[in-house]
Design a protein around this ligand. Structure first.
Ligand SMILES: NC(=O)N[C@@H](CC(=O)O)C(=O)O
Ligand SMILES: [Zn+2]
Ligand SMILES: [Zn+2]
Length: 383
């Protein structure tokens, strides 16, 4: 086979097999290389966990997601939360209104589960055609979760049974709220005390463990029956460990929930997503809060990563020598799990350094993105 040398670290060979220093990618049809740049063409990704907020914040942030993602599962933790089909339909309208012109972005709506959600509401949601999942926030677990569920097995079983009937996935913020449980152990304890019993009781309930942070979550997801349990993974839980919270001082813009964990957990999550398993897919959990609500004595949890997410996912897959598995993670595994068609349009990722803005300014204040002011290697472009 004849190879074209293009610098010290990359070689193209005519058989469509590429040699990387640490890996070999074969038959990856979209990878194009030239002397100094690497360029990937990917089926347009979707974001299976996104906070778009409402009003001026919605208008401020929506284009950062809509420019690069085809669809997004939109979280319902507004004030007040989106607990009814009617509210979700109205919220969807306001998202569509806030979109930039000529933008092909579809919000996939969710319902916020409460102790009093009725099985009829699930039927209505399914019939609406615009609601694709129901979100479980244990009451008090995270931002705007005060109206969440206090007793899943005691209060919500009829609703969960109806969700099985309707093939409606349950999305979980998987942390217990017991103040006696160490904050770093809350995901593991949730798996042991809620998710394991739930899957025993309702093995045909579709569940997405959102924003997983531990090797315990990886093991749990991998141990479940195929097609019923999956997980979303954020950029921050792939690129940062808990040291980032204290790097040179307290770092509010690295604070999210579930909180970052130790390095061994980060490595387990990287291995899981770059293994090519279909059970893991892209969910940014991009969660914008105004700067003054992050940089204050009691800062909100949530990282605004929409502008940098694709860049960081590409970096992780590249470092793992698994760029050939990136497209399944960003663009195939999610729609396949939800039973939706894959997108047909494409985006490009180019290895071209760019500087993340220090902040984004709006009339109401500013928002600081993840890795503000830093230089990242991959950039995404619409095609
Ligand atoms: N992830 C976060 O830290 N915050 C999210 C809520 C959530 O996803 O838990 C938010 O809405 O701000
Ligand atoms: Zn959450
Ligand atoms: Zn979230």
């Amino acid at each position: 086979m004849e190879g074209i040398g293009i610098g010290s670290d990359l070689v193209i060979v005519e058989s469509n097999a590429f040699q990387f220093p640490s890996c070999k990618i074969t038959g990856f049809r979209h990878l194009k290389c030239n002397a100094s740049k690497m360029e990937l063409t990917l089926t347009r990704p979707d974001d299976w966990h996104l906070h778009l907020r409402d009003n001026e914040l919605l208008e401020a942030v929506v284009s950062h997601s809509a420019n690069h993602f085809g669809r997004a599962i939109v979280m319902p933790n507004l004030k007040p939360p989106i607990t009814t089909t009617a509210a979700a339909v109205a919220y969807r309208e306001s998202i569509l209104k806030a979109l930039p012109a000529n933008c092909n972005f579809t919000p996939l709506m969710t319902l916020y589960l409460t102790d009093s959600t009725s099985p009829d509401e699930i039927k209505l949601a399914r019939r609406s055609g615009v609601i694709f999942a129901v979100k479980l926030y244990p009451a008090g677990a995270t931002t705007n979760s005060q109206d969440g569920v206090t007793d899943l097995f005691g209060k919500c079983l009829p609703v969960l049974e109806e969700m099985v009937e309707q093939n409606m996935p349950l999305l979980v913020h998987g942390e217990v709220t017991d103040p006696n449980v160490d904050v770093f152990d809350r995901e593991k304890v949730f798996i042991d005390t809620v998710l394991q019993p739930l899957m025993k009781r309702l093995p045909h309930l579709k569940v997405v463990m959102e924003h997983i942070t531990t090797m315990d979550a990886v093991k749990f997801v991998e141990s479940c029956d195929d097609g019923f349990v999956a997980a979303t993974v954020t950029p921050q839980h792939l690129v940062l460990n808990r040291n980032a919270l204290f790097q040179g001082g307290l770092q509010p813009h690295s604070y999210c929930l579930p909180v970052l964990k130790r390095e061994t957990h980060r490595q387990a999550i990287v291995s899981a997503v770059t293994s090519g398993s279909k059970r893991f897919f892209l969910g940014t959990d991009s969660a914008p809060h105004e700067r003054k609500k992050k940089e204050c004595p009691c800062g909100c949890a949530g990282i605004y990563n929409a502008p940098v997410a694709l860049s960081l996912y590409a970096k992780i897959f590249e470092e793992a020598g698994a760029l050939d598995k990136l497209e399944a993670f960003t663009s195939f595994n999610g729609p396949d799990f939800y039973g939706l068609p894959r997108n047909t349009s494409h985006i490009k990722l180019k290895k071209t350094p760019w500087k993340v803005p220090e902040s984004y300014s709006f009339s109401f204040g500013d928002i600081v993105p993840m890795f503000a002011g830093e230089t990242l290697e991959w950039q995404s472009f619409c095609v």
